[in-house]
Design a protein around this ligand. Sequence first.
Ligand SMILES: [Zn+2]
Length: 136
Amino acid sequence: MAPALTAILPALKVWLVWLLAALGLIAKPRFLARTSETNPAKTEISESDFVVVRSGDFLKWACFRCPCGCGEKISLSLATNRRPSWRVSTDWFGRPTVAPSVWQRAGCYSHFWIRNGGVDWCPGTGKPYGGDGLSF
Ligand SMILES: [Zn+2]
């Protein structure tokens, strides 16, 4: 692929996702993934940002705003030698899927899955961490 196209392809995909969502052909994603070499500050994360912090091929963190609207920055460790750690995959459009679920240990106690760029709330969301899942 030509270098110029490689450079603009991520931006084209983002544009295409929002276009398809506007046309009603796909669900409007809550999150779209992008990568960064540095850990973003809270103010650098938009509502739809799902920032995968990486160093070369080594995935370090997934950072995004809590989808409940409280505005908290959530940082999930992607380092496989840490516990807990999460796995992130993205589809062609850059819509992230995260496993296992995310459960905030303080504040809003949100408990949810991120699948294909969307948020699936767990029945226990908003309640303190119960210990039956991995927690942030
Ligand atoms: Zn929240």
